[in-house]
Ligand binder design. Structure first.
Ligand SMILES: [Fe+2]
Ligand SMILES: [Fe+2]
Length: 263
């Protein structure tokens, strides 16, 4: 079984880049399942129902989220009805939406769990213990993909070691910069600290660079806007043994004007 996990889609240009490259990625890599982080899809902050519909319509099987989950107020109107959308599972009990989903499809099944780190982010419930609690509830030992939406490499790598052999893969999102540390841990869990983003290539994490520079120079409040111009797409392919759930391969994908399309 092959999973294509695509990192944080930023703004309209991120959406367009995703829709442009999905058919090519499908043709080249034949994923059984496509998971996309959509927390920045709506203008850099949050996600709307039409955007989610568009993603599903283009072949996305599951949308994960993060600290920007709630930025578009309308999320509260539809997240409870979204069967294939997951927000961080370690929000307090009673939070709208779901923290994991058990996907079943022709070629098998996959549980997707979204968790959020606590270093330099909101102090949610413990993501390590939340992962334990979810894994305890799962029946039949299905393959599990964890999207760990976190700031620090240490928290991400620590969770991966904590879950080694108990989940198929732990991949990071949120920093918007792809890391080059993909590996399979000794007990069979694939790991990548951050998948990277989809959208503007010449900004700062997808935002207009002049505004971000101004913020650093003045230390005054600046409203960031999604950058314009060239785009990038960052993703990762994870191969699993469907019977055991163990990872057999992990490969980063990076597309931009410096690393153009490859087949
Ligand atoms: Fe993000
Ligand atoms: Fe984030």
């Amino acid at each position: 079984m092959r999973i294509l996990m695509i990192g944080d889609v930023v703004g309209l240009s991120g959406q367009k880049t995703l829709l442009e490259y999905l058919p090519k990625l499908k043709r080249a890599h034949h994923p059984d399942l496509i998971v996309v982080n959509g927390e920045n899809a709506a203008d850099g902050r949050g996600i709307t129902r039409p955007i989610a519909r568009e993603f599903y319509g283009s072949g996305v099987d599951c949308i994960t989220l993060g600290n920007h989950t709630w930025d578009k107020r309308e999320i509260f109107d539809f997240i409870d009805g979204e069967e294939r959308m997951v927000r961080p599972a370690n929000y307090p009990e009673g939070t709208p939406g779901q923290g994991y989903v058990h996907l079943k499809f022709a070629g098998g099944e996959l549980v997707v769990i979204n968790l959020m780190g606590r270093s330099f982010l909101s102090t949610l419930d413990c993501p390590f213990r939340e992962a334990d609690a979810i894994l305890k509830k799962l029946k039949g030992n299905p393959p599990v993909l964890v999207d760990f939406h976190a700031e620090t490499t240490s928290e991400k790598l620590a969770l991966a070691w904590y879950l080694d052999g108990r989940v198929s893969a732990v991949v990071g999102t949120h920093t918007h910069i792809q890391t080059a540390d993909e590996r399979i841990l000794p007990q069979g869990t694939a790991y990548l600290t951050d998948v990277g983003m989809v959208g503007p290539y010449d900004g700062v994490l997808g935002m207009d660079k002049e505004l971000v520079i101004k913020k650093f120079l003045t230390q005054l409040p600046v409203r960031f806007e999604v950058a314009k111009g060239r785009n990038q797409l960052n993703a990762v392919l994870i191969d699993l043994n469907s019977a055991t759930g163990k990872a057999t391969g992990i490969k980063r994908l990076r597309l931009d004007d410096d690393q153009p399309w490859f087949e």
